[in-house]
Design a protein around this ligand. Structure first.
Ligand code: HEM
Length: 496
């Protein structure tokens, strides 16, 4: 090669340098673009999932090794624990209870994130012993297609179109329940449990299966006694008896299913059993039994606790009790004047707006389910914090219902606040999202029907009532609210 031609003149050197610079900038831009693509795109498509950068856990304390903060939670009123934590750490904090690391969330937005918008990242979770007792195929423990199918079948039996035909049957149960209260000191919660159980049976099995009622009741009560016991399956323990009762319950349900099959009636059954047995949807006997037992479990203590609190709040607030009584007497008078059907109808229950607001306000103040449980199925990012895979996540309903940001003067019992709709995601007595309560319409209906007869026929006084709350596991007035009820005299009736 000619050395002269190899030597560069200054202008060609400058050209090469600038070409190199352009190329280097292009390469740099290309890699920068790749980096941004890799780091931002997944975030854009998977908002809510763990980001690759290092995230910190929410603030909070994990307490002692293994026991964590379980004693702090249960040695006191659990609500005090949640309120103190929220005050110290804000609306998302970590803790460790019952052997599990947990993240608790107490803002409406965070509850929506866990229960609705990112529900697929959080699965329902229960202790294994509870799953065994209620039945592994019950709706609460499921996700995905089987869950969606069960929900459709359950909702079909409990939507307004289905339950509007049950009003007279529910009323008969309410009248039977109230009949024996006159002059007696009753444990309000126990009586309400009997009522809610009987309504559940009627709604699940229809009227045909009442012959099995006593047998079902005995087995269910034994099951219930063992529900919160130590899961030791040895003869003599409550758990053992509960598991035995559970087998018997499944056996009774199988007998009912088989007799319904033999009836071969063309008439559609609007009850839950009819929905479960419908030809195209048919579930196996085990699936039916698990879900029947599950629905009774979900329907009974919840409704009974709310009814007990309503009696308490009405007793504490005579002017509200008076207004509810007047509303219910108006319903009665309208029926008499219009020569309408004697028993209550669906339309009658729509003429009770104040009573409905009392139910709503009771569910807010009492918040019988202080929280629910989920488990993160993968690492999840929320508001810059990491919720690690496998950790329990607890949306705190009670904190949301008692926050002054969501409800002014939150400790006051004031049904009139429900004249306006609450802000979105601030009122969650029936949960929210994929696992929200499918029985909420039935619950409201049975409460309205009972309150109609209770307020128009009975009076009760709160004197001598020992104030306080017990948790078992639902929040309840102390000792189940023992009260003496008496029938109103005909003179009082006439005065009204
Ligand atoms: C006032 C009474 C009631 C209250 C306060 C209540 C509350 C709730 C709440 C908060 C949930 C959601 C739990 C979660 O997300 O983890 C739920 C679920 C459920 N409730 Fe209710 N409930 C009541 C009455 C009823 C009744 C009467 C029935 C049946 C007819 C019922 C059946 C169910 C079922 C089957 C589920 C599970 C749904 C699923 O996992 O998809 N509940 N309830």
């Amino acid at each position: 090669m000619d050395p002269a031609s190899a030597a560069m003149n200054p202008s060609s050197a400058a050209m090469i340098t600038s070409t190199l610079l352009v190329m280097l900038s292009l390469i740099f831009c290309f890699f920068l673009f790749l980096y941004l693509l890799c780091s931002l795109l997944p975030r854009a498509f998977a908002a809510g999932r763990a980001a690759p950068r290092k995230l910190s856990l929410p603030p909070g304390s994990m307490g002692w090794p293994y026991v964590g903060e379980t004693f702090q939670l249960y040695s006191n009123n659990p609500d005090t624990f949640f309120a103190l934590k929220q005050k110290r750490y804000g609306p998302i904090f970590k803790t460790h209870i019952l052997g599990c690391p947990c993240v608790m969330v107490s803002s409406p937005e965070a509850a929506r994130f866990v229960l609705v918008t990112r529900a697929h990242l959080f699965k329902p979770t229960f202790p294994a012993s509870k799953e065994r007792m209620l039945g592994r195929q019950a709706v609460f423990f499921q996700q995905g297609d089987y869950h969606a199918r069960l929900r459709r079948l359950i909702l079909r039996a409990f939507l307004p179109e289905a339950i509007r035909r049950s009003v007279a049957r529910i009323e008969a149960v309410a009248l039977r329940t109230l009949q024996s209260w006159d002059g007696r000191l009753v444990n309000t919660f126990q009586e309400m449990k009997t009522y809610a159980f009987n309504v559940a049976i009627v709604s699940i099995f229809g009227k045909d299966e009442l012959s099995y009622l006593e047998e079902l009741k005995q087995c269910y009560y034994t099951l219930e006694k063992g529900y919160n016991s130590m899961p030791i399956n040895l003869p003599g323990t409550l758990f053992f008896s509960a598991m035995k009762a559970r087998k018997q319950l499944a056996h009774i349900v199988a007998k009912i299913v088989s007799s319904r099959r033999k009836q071969r009636t063309n008439e559609a059954n609007n009850d839950l059993l009819g929905s479960f047995m419908e030809a195209q949807e048919a579930l196996s006997d085990d699936q039916i039994a698990d879900n029947m037992i599950g629905v009774i479990f979900a329907a009974r203590d919840t409704t009974a606790s709310v009814l007990t609190w309503i009696v308490k709040y009405l007793g504490d607030n005579p002017s509200i009790l008076q207004a509810v009584t007047e509303e219910q007497e108006e319903v009665m008078k309208k029926k008499e004047a219009g020569n309408e059907e004697k028993s209550l109808t669906w339309a009658d229950t729509k003429r009770m707006p104040l009573t409905l607001r009392v139910i709503q306000e009771t569910m807010r103040v009492a918040s019988i389910l202080s929280f629910t449980f989920r488990e993160a199925v993968e690492d999840v990012e929320y508001e810059g914090y990491l919720i690690p895979k496998g950790w329990k996540v607890l949306p705190l309903f009670r904190n949301i219902h008692h926050s002054p940001e969501n409800f002014s003067d939150p400790e006051k019992f004031d049904p009139s606040r429900f004249e306006a709709s609450p802000k979105p995601n601030t009122f969650l007595p029936f949960g929210n999202g994929t696992h929200a309560c499918p029985g909420n319409e039935l619950a409201k209906l049975e409460m309205l029907v009972l309150l109609h007869h209770l307020t128009t026929k009975y009076r009760w006084s709160m004197s001598g009532y020992e104030s306080g709350i017990q948790f078992g596991p639902f929040a309840l007035p102390l000792n189940g609210l023992p009260l003496r009820f008496s029938l109103k005299s005909p003179v009082e009736d006439r005065a009204a």
